[in-house]
Design a protein around this ligand. Structure first.
Ligand code: NAP
Length: 265
């Protein structure tokens, strides 16, 4: 019989680190884990107010905030060690933090000058790929030491498959995140740690509100035969499943979350 006493429930609570949870998809993921009773470390880089707002809105107790720039190897590791210190252990990590493609980060090969080109590649790779790799290293070592298995879910992108002509470094960094997750799925399976990635299509986050309301909105909604874009909640629900005990056999998968807007063969 399940132990439904407060002590029994407390024992089943997992410790979850969600990177880039100060807004958007990460905030929805933090919310979804807290709703099922887990204790969440909400990570942010520059948006302290956003992180505080997210934590204040989470159901349950014991949630914490950690900070660090994923583009800095030492800070990425410290995000994990700080989270462990504050929440006591680590069962699930969601590598969601990332620099997204925006008008400010365009680096079109035909128009970007060489300095902008180099800077763009450096920042997308440092944050999206190396941040994910470094957080994974620190988290995996903790999970291995705990000897209780674990789950790592990476937030990749449909852009890895469809191409990102105006933001090639973004597309390449997300393709690398998917490939990295697959290598980790094999390396960490002997420790009971399952590693997966999700590849969302266009998602209606705060950041995308103006775009969706503007002249591009209709075209973006028309990408999917459902006639709409995805929601952060839909991404969060898939991540929660992939982090569940039942999802061990998904390890190595890259899960498309794009409303049939792009079908991989
Ligand atoms: N929205 C979409 O349509 C979409 C589609 C496919 C994939 N994705 C992926 O989903 C993830 C979340 O996207 P989103 O739309 O929710 O983006 P968002 O609202 O811009 O949130 C990005 C998060 O990443 C954090 N971050 C950015 N740069 C960082 C850095 N150098 N170090 C540490 N953290 C950093 C931000 O923290 P601060 O704000 O605190 O600095 C923020 O919490 C990203 O990996 C993105 O590539 C999004």
């Amino acid at each position: 019989m399940r132990d439904e006493s407060p002590a029994g429930r407390e024992e089943r609570r997992r410790s979850v680190l969600v990177t880039g949870a100060s807004t958007g998809i990460g905030a929805a993921i933090a919310q979804a884990f807290a709703e099922i009773g887990d204790r969440v470390a909400v990570h942010y880089s520059s948006n302290a107010e956003g992180a505080q707002r997210v934590v204040a809105g989470l159901p349950g107790t014991g949630h914490v905030i950690v900070r660090g720039d994923m583009g800095d190897a030492e800070q990425a590791r410290a995000v994990v060690t700080d989270a462990i210190e504050l929440i006591g252990s680590l069962d699930v990590v969601v590598n969601n933090a990332g620099i997204a493609p925006t008008p400010e980060t365009v680096h079109d090969v035909a128009t970007a000058d060489y300095t902008d080109w180099i800077d763009s590649w450096r920042s997308f790779v440092d944050v999206n790929l190396l941040g994910t790799a470094n957080v994974t290293w620190a988290a995996a070592r903790q999970m291995i030491d705990q000897q209780a298995g674990g789950r790592i879910v990476n937030v990749g992108s449909r852009g890895a498959f469809v191409g990102e002509p105006a933001h090639p470094a973004y597309g390449a960094s997300k393709a690398a995140v998917h490939a990295f997750g697959q290598s980790m799925a094999i390396a960490l399976a002997p420790y009971g740690i399952a590693v997966t990635s999700v590849a969302p299509g266009f998602v209606a986050t705060e950041r995308q509100e103006t775009t969706l309301a503007g002249s591009r909105g209709e075209g973006l909604r028309a990408q999917s035969p459902f006639g709409r874009v995805g929601t952060a909640r839909e991404i969060a629900s898939a991540v929660v499943y992939l982090a569940s005990a039942d999802a061990e056999w998904c390890s190595g998968a890259v899960v498309d979350l794009n409303g049939a807007s792009y079908l991989r063969t």
